[in-house]
Design a protein around this ligand. Structure first.
Ligand SMILES: [Zn+2]
Length: 327
């Protein structure tokens, strides 16, 4: 069944659905009044907190089940293989950041592709995954005692040299709470890696509400370098470096966002790759356009990385108390 036919519905919202997820303020200005969920076609607003400057999705639905279909991020064998290779590059980069490290926790580990790559390098791996299907796949690959459903399920004294949140934080409605819990789980000298879409990127500004990585309402907070630094600080973490290189999501984001802007249809290629839509003339046209756009997209992505305006950003943070001791 195609989800294209799903009718937009009245969205049931939380009692305080319009408060800032970062600072709790209730005063905001509107950025987009009609940002469309590419899966259900429901409409949302993206607003900016007048107090702390964080951008967030409004309203926030009571239940997000409707917005995470079983095919969400469930790609075919070819795409999974490509992503695994690219994820392996991330893992070798992170492993070099903490060469003496032995233990890693990935929050939102999915089916465990990155943790498997860490284990191949000799790390002790642990993962948190709330999705039952993905968590079960990870347990089958990595062992039943390595994957938990929440941080509270881990042994109280468990600490980690490296904690990774790869494209997870933007999905979290209470990011400070989660980051504080992560900060408390860092071993002495440990580092936290948080990779999120960059709302201040050239790609975001070019595509507006059609930006592929806006992805409302799954993305509840839309981080900029400034709001990321502030959010980490509120959670007791100090941002040490921010980088913008993302081979797997940035060039593709330029291609998909440009097609969406040009055709008015949202995320045609991604919907097809996820199995939400069957092959059609629209998909064929988007594929042809995508091939034409591939080289300019690669060039744009590369220049945006150098200019620190890439579509994805990766924050490396340390416990603020440890950072103060070093000063
Ligand atoms: Zn705020």
């Amino acid at each position: 069944m195609s989800l294209t036919a799903t009718s937009p519905k009245v969205i049931e919202t939380l009692p305080h659905a319009d408060i800032c997820p970062v600072c709790g303020a209730v005063v905001f200005t509107s950025i987009y009044n009609n940002a469309q969920d590419p899966i259900t076609l429901d409409s949302f607003r993206v607003v900016k907190c007048s107090s702390c400057g964080a951008a967030y999705t409004m309203p926030r639905p009571v239940s997000l089940d409707r917005y995470y279909p079983s095919r969400y991020r469930a790609y075919g064998a070819f795409v999974t293989r490509v992503l695994s290779t690219l994820y392996g590059l991330h893992v070798s980069h992170w492993a070099r950041l903490k060469p003496e490290g032995t233990s890693v926790l990935e929050v939102g580990c999915g089916p465990g592709l990155m943790l498997a790559a860490f284990r191949r390098r000799g790390w002790r791996v642990f993962g948190i995954e709330r999705n039952e299907v993905a968590g079960e796949t990870a347990r089958q690959i990595l062992g039943s005692d390595t994957i938990a459903t929440s941080l509270e399920d881990l042994p109280a004294d468990a600490r980690f040299d490296l904690i990774v949140l790869f494209q997870v934080l933007e999905h979290i409605g209470e990011p400070i709470t989660l980051l504080r819990k992560c900060a408390n789980r860092l071993a002495p000298g440990g580092i936290l890696v948080a990779n999120v879409p960059n709302f201040a990127s050239w790609q975001s500004q070019f595509a507006g509400s059609k930006w592929m990585h806006l992805d409302v309402p799954r993305h509840l907070v839309h981080y900029t370098p400034e709001s990321m630094r502030h959010t980490l600080k509120c959670a007791g973490l100090t941002l040490s470096t921010l980088s913008f290189t993302s081979f797997e999501h940035d060039p593709y984001g330029w291609v998909e966002s440009t097609i969406s802007r040009a055709t008015g249809r949202t995320n045609t290629l991604t919907r097809f790759l996820m199995g939400l839509d069957k092959f059609s003339a629209h998909v064929l046209f988007s594929c042809i356009l995508g091939i034409v756009l591939l080289l300019p997209a690669l060039l744009l992505a590369f220049v945006s990385w150098v200019a620190r305006r890439g579509a994805l950003m990766e924050a490396i943070a340390v416990d603020s108390r440890a950072a103060e001791k070093q000063v």
